[in-house]
Design a protein around this ligand. Sequence first.
Ligand code: MN
Length: 382
Amino acid sequence: MNAPAIRAAARSDVGRVRERNEDAYFAGGAVFAVADGLGGHRAGEVASQAALESLDELSRKSPAIAVRELAASVRTGNRTVYERAQADPELRGMGTTMTALAIHDGTARLAHVGDSRCYLLRGGTIRQLTDDHTVVARLVAEGRLTPEQAEVHPQRSLLLRALGAEEAVEVDEHQVPLAAGDRLLLCSDGLYAVLSDEEIKEMAAQDDDLDAICRRLVDEANARGGPDNITVVLVEIGEDAAPVAVEAPAAVAAPQEAPRRRLDVRPPRLRVPARALVWALVTISALLIVFFVLRAIVSQSYYVGLEDCPAGRTDCEVLIYRGLPTGGIRSLSSVERRTGVTLDRVQPRFHRSLREGIRAKSLADAEQIVGGLEREDAGGAP
Ligand code: MN
């Protein structure tokens, strides 16, 4: 069987809100990729471009590219971005997504990091072949968010993985057998954030020139506000033996100076479970400290009070408690000493405060208070 011909088209657009296009794409030979850069100033553009360099090299070697080689090339891109970010303070913290595709022998090989996507369009269906490495996608997978909540979540572009964030990166690998007529769409989140999968399918599956489809996808995203950079690469597996016809590699305009804008995405160094664990430990430690401080205060406090004493009874005994007077709730205190003094021997002006509990600085202080409570005429007689 002849190797199926591959046709491809691509388009990248700054959108209608951003001042710079930090997306980049690659299309060369049978290798295709989309990268969505992140970082302040020029850093996002530098990152996405730098990450594509290794793919350019790979595409020139041989058409037979194993998924392992493709992933290795993506890891090389990670090191390139990471090292340049370390070497230049202006580029510190930059990173990029990477969704790379190599087609050979009727099989699609994918190497993927981040939240750009690869869709397979086949026979009127659309299937997302890549997973989004975002916080919200993980929450959806764990059943803690619905897909509808995820779409409007304010943190939906917070990435769990990106090239350039760390020295090493975990790269997803996929292999998907292809059939004649299949289309593969690589895109940055600027497309799928404003178009549903269903809408993308309707447009990308149209019986039309691939270039026109790419233009319409970008135009539609812009018509929806174009809040982010938009990049699409559309690949079709043909049946004819026509030569591979693809656009020139990575057609992104040369960087120009523009005002610094805010980052929309940052690769967090702490993954979600680690962050949750840290918070849990902090909370538990704080609770333990509060508990021990309270216990220390309680155990060094004394007060003089009455044992359970219904109004009208006069034979209730005055007791010295260790702890805090808590208005009837005795759980924060315990009886430290019985005094043998009953209420009828206490001067009436102390009755009320005795019922509420009279705070003492120490046990000796409490005993002194008890001494002062007694009526003069009662003078120690039992
Ligand atoms: Mn984006």
